[in-house]
Design a protein. Sequence first.
Length: 153
Amino acid sequence: MVKRLSMSDAECPVARALDAIGDWWSLLIVRDAFDGARRFSEFQKGLGIAKGILSGRLRHLVAVGVLEQAPASDASAHGEYVLTEKGRSLFLVIVALRQWGEANLFAPDERHSMLVEADGLTPVPPIELRSSAGQKLDPRNTRVRKVGQSLER
């Protein structure tokens, strides 16, 4: 098996983020944590993932600070996994992936789960990136300033 190259020292924030949470199982675990899963058995049942793979992904998500282990809320012997502040900050990433999937991977009349506001009825509107002046941003009006590039406009 080929060993995965670590991107943890990359100058690119996207590469570092993918190094930490970029595999599909990790993102699905985070998604399920947002949906209320807390126990190993809940993640395993909901995802249908092999126990060994799940164990490794949970261990990694704890190591990178996305999840933390906590005593069971019902005082049973089983521990729980809870999102940390770092983990909760992935909410926009999960919503963006969800909305991209809704827009690009389903037929117009095809049923799918929906993210709704707490009232249970109102669909969450599409995420938009805005400039400090309120202008909608996209690849045409943004750029990446690489490490070592000057600050010129």
